[in-house]
Ligand binder design. Structure first.
Ligand code: AGP
Length: 619
């Protein structure tokens, strides 16, 4: 995905754009650019590479002007270079556009525009937009934009400026997020709230097929048939410091350490005097009682949260649950209908595959519940009901606090449904909720062991790096677990591979004998999640099988477990004693920190890992 920003007001547009793009850099960072209106017309600057390169260029040669647009790019069509960076212009250079999304019919449009004599300078899909606006422009920028976007297929969030209208920016969206910031004598358009929170906390969320024109004096929203729309501004409750590093070296580490508070908030906001409630659920108890099955659909880390949800929902709410990745669900022929509750889990609420899965499920008559973190996101708005995780902005590409918040919501939903279906006694319900309420404190204690940067996991990461090079870079990671912690094996592997670029795979430990054990020799470091559980003895056997073949083991065990010491694991990390049901919330902490410190050892960009984006808003 990319980050876009537009500004009209009395400040230097360049400063607002750079600040806004710095808050959006997590959305895309392979190139950046800006277009600012002044007496010279449209002043354009674009640079490949991180935002700092653009900022340095503007520091050397500032651009005057109080209206402008800016962009940080995550390349889809066209390699990252200056030419393909946004903004893109029309033939005259009077129109500039920034875009987040994919124009699926851009080749057809480009060929037709080329036939009309338009000249293109990039390989991007986006560049068709300014040329279409040029084609339709007869003096009214908004009208020309509306005519242009009606021809677009795919997804877009755009901001447009025109030399002849230096007092305005026009925006529009379809399946890519766009928020409007309402200021005093100034207004903003952006992909996400952090870009404008330095200036205002009053925002409007644009919906699909809506067009907005911002000027100093006001904001006008209309639909693409021209009808005016009155939208009520929303007050953002968190401030910009929540989207800053607050002294941590990386957003990821900050967000790892925020998890105990996030979980505390999940519990405080959703439980009162032992009763669980979801005020924005909008799906009634009567409807919830009717569902015979639940399908949980998500991508990446959110998918792992969904897999964990299966274990808890089946065991305690006694409802059959199946879990699917969004990209598979949307292209299968999923058997979902009125008797199925489809839960779409998505931190950003903008993941293209998950949004498509939501629409597929609704088309088939299923009720859809979204579990999202970003307020007003597309999935949150299109689902029949939503439960917000309220984890605050998650800036690091590697998802951590959103994952534990998703688990927290799924635990509460399990208890809620178990009570509704009377599959557990009131006493059992009370006991489970009481145990859950212990977890934030236990998490605080666990995190407390790693507050210093010189900690056990950092030492293990240094040891791994030495071993990796000693083994001529042939070392990698396997993660093994069973039952409700099996999804954590997948999550631990994903965390490590996505920020350290070292191969890592998660397996159900019981699968080792069916093939993966052939991998065991001196190369892999095998993380075994062997906490106190109904499958603990089986995990000890797995550890023996691996030791017998020269494997290196990092065991994650329960504090005070003496038995595992007899199994001569190479490294050990402990978590506080907790009911097995809630252990995933604690087990994931050392997994996240291991990934963080290994990536730090190898010197990679932990918050903005290569090839990745925070939310995959394209297929
Ligand atoms: C997780 O660390 C990754 N950033 C990625 O797998 C992510 O979880 C996935 O893209 C889903 O994103 P979403 O929750 O915003 O839908």
């Amino acid at each position: 995905m990319c980050g876009i920003i537009g500004y009209v007001g009395n400040r230097k547009a360049q400063d607002v754009i750079l600040k806004g793009l710095s808050r959006l850099e997590y959305r895309g960072y392979d190139s950046a650019g800006a277009a600012i209106l002044n007496h010279d017309g449209v002043d354009l600057i674009k640079r490949q590479g991180k935002l700092k390169i653009l900022a340095d260029a503007l520091a050397k040669k500032p651009i005057e002007g109080k209206t402008g647009i800016g962009h940080t790019r995550w390349a889809t069509h066209g390699i990252p270079n200056d030419r393909n960076a946004h903004p893109h212009t029309d033939c005259t250079g009077k129109i500039a556009v920034v875009h987040n999304g994919i124009i699926e019919n851009y080749l057809e449009l480009k060929n037709s525009l080329l036939k009309d004599g338009h000249k293109f300078s990039s390989q991007t899909d986006t560049e068709v937009i300014p040329h279409l606006i040029e084609k339709f422009y007869k003096g009214d920028l908004e009208k020309a934009v509306v005519k242009a976007i009606k021809l677009l297929k795919g997804s877009y969030a755009i901001a447009v400026v025109h030399k002849d209208s230096p007092d305005r920016v026009v925006g529009a969206r379809l399946d890519s997020p766009l928020v409007v910031g309402i200021g005093k004598g100034e207004n903003f358009i952006a992909s996400d709230v952090p870009a404008i929170l330095d200036y205002t906390n009053s925002v409007l969320y644009l919906d699909n097929n809506e067009v907005v024109t911002i000027t100093r004096s006001g904001v006008k929203v209309s639909d693409i048939s021209g009808g005016q729309i009155n939208k009520k501004p929303v007050k953002i409750k968190w401030d910009i410091s929540a989207a800053e590093k607050s002294g941590y070296p990386h957003f990821m580490l900050k967000e790892i350490f925020e998890q105990a508070d996030v979980l505390r908030k999940v519990l405080e906001e959703r439980t009162e005097r032992g009763k669980v409630s979801f005020e924005e659920l909008k799906i009634t108890d009567a409807e919830l009682k009717k569902f015979k099955r639940i399908a949980i659909v998500a991508c990446g880390t959110a998918y792992h949260a969904g897999l964990t949800g299966k274990y808890m929902l089946e065991e305690y709410a006694k409802i059959p649950v199946w879990v699917d990745t969004s990209s598979e669900f949307r292209y299968r022929d999923p058997i979902v209908g009125p008797g199925t509750l489809v839960i779409i889990v998505s931190q950003s609420g903008e993941t293209a595959d998950s949004l498509a899965a939501l629409r597929e499920a609704k088309k088939r008559g299923a009720k859809v519940l979204g579990i999202c973190n970003v307020l007003g996101s597309s999935i949150a708005r299109e689902a029949d009901g939503v439960i917000y995780t309220h984890a605050g902005p998650e800036i690091a590409v590697a998802s951590t606090k959103a994952y534990t918040a998703q688990l927290g919501i799924l635990y509460l939903l399990t208890l809620y449904l178990a009570r509704l279906h009377k599959t557990i006694t009131p006493a059992r319900y009370k006991g489970l909720l009481k145990e859950f309420e212990r977890v934030p404190r236990l998490m605080d204690d666990l995190l407390g062991e790693y507050r210093s940067e010189y900690n056990t996991i950092a030492a293990y990461a240094q040891e791994f790096k030495r071993y990796y090079f000693a083994r001529q870079n042939k070392s990698y990671f396997l993660y093994l677990a069973r039952n409700i912690n099996f999804p954590n094996a997948l999550e631990g592997a994903l965390k490590l591979k996505e920020i350290s670029y070292i191969s890592a795979e998660g397996y159900p430990a019981g699968e080792m004998k069916h093939g993966p054990i052939a991998l065991i020799d001196e190369n892999p470091w095998v993380v075994c999640i062997a906490t106190q559980s109904k499958t603990y003895d089986k995990m000890l056997s797995n550890i023996q099988e691996i030791k017998a073949r020269g494997g290196i083991i990092i065991a994650i065990a329960t504090e005070g477990d003496k038995e595992i010491l007899h199994h001569k694991v190479n490294y050990m990390l402990e978590i506080p004693k907790v009911a097995e049901l809630f252990s995933p919330l604690l087990v994931v902490i050392p997994l996240q920190l291991l990934a963080y410190y290994v990536a730090k050892e190898f010197g990679y960009d932990i918050d903005q890992p290569r090839n990745l984006a925070k939310s995959v808003t394209v297929e």
